[in-house]
Design a protein around this ligand. Sequence first.
Ligand code: NAD
Length: 331
Amino acid sequence: MNKRDKKVRVGIIGVGHLGRHHVKHLVTIDHVECIGFYDIDESRAMVIANKYDVKAYDSLEALLSECDAVTIVTPTETHFNVASDCLAAGKHIFIEKPITKTVAEAESLLTLANTNKVLIQVGHIERLNPALIPLKNYSISPKYIEIQRLAPYDVRGTDVPVVLDKMIHDIDILLSLVNSEVESINANGISILTDSVDIANARIRFKNGTIANITSSRVAQDHVRKTKIFQQDLYITIDFLLGLTEVYRVIDPDEQDPDAIKDVRFQYGDKTKKIVYEKPDIPLFDALKEELENFTNSVRGMASPIVDGHAGKNALELASNIHDLILEDLH
Ligand code: NAD
């Protein structure tokens, strides 16, 4: 049987708020045989088994004995133990973000995956946000990046501080955009509703001079998910919620831009330049389904994980450093 014909037998671990959507998509992917799921909450398991007509296994071991790969969608504090069992059983894993609670745990999972020759993919779903797709058409070398991710309070996710729950999405995107090591970090934050940090701000300087300013809150009035990228002759603003990407470029006045919706000429000293405004088309697709297709195709050897275990660990490492600095500042 060639790779293309092979179906991947996938199980889901944890079918709560997000895991339910894993089930919903995995049952529709042609090259996947969704064998069922395991959830410690029996009444929840019953509801999901009936709704999607999938088998609820009564133990992790029973699920693992029948699949090639799993998606782990349990609360973050359980990731390490659940993932260790799956990797030790030789299963490929897709694990929701953050990969684990601590960097040491993430490193241990990477070693275990390497030993057992299986892959780890991490669910940093924003990397697949359709609004990021147009960036492939530009040469990105940011000088300054401004990022905001604000959300109203929701008890889910409060098992970890806001930096590990919300900011980590932007940290992962940031690390994919800036090809340089971190030089220094300034960070501060406050607790509002939980015992942990609910609002955080970090200013990160990279060795190549890029600076990023990231603000995250889980106690905001409204949802905001915006990123602004500033570089020589290029400004890109992305609204992840609206799926809107807008681009402003400075070009020579004689240059034509077939993608420009409008342009403005301006004079500076004896120079004339033109600013063009572009609004690239955003493809329509479901990021979670795309992510799960990428994972299962990676298991088939037909793709590579968009966010692999190393990228997940790197995002966690920077997030943990930021969080530690905030705690130092608070005490
Ligand atoms: P949830 O609490 O709604 O669901 C978790 C489910 O896991 C529950 O049904 C619970 O019974 C089950 N569970 C707990 N421990 C288990 C265990 N040891 N074995 C089997 N099942 C177990 O949580 P959620 O909001 O779905 O979040 C789950 C994970 O997904 C978290 O890591 C979270 O950070 C992540 N998440 C990611 C995104 C994203 O944007 N990528 C969004 C939301 C949540």
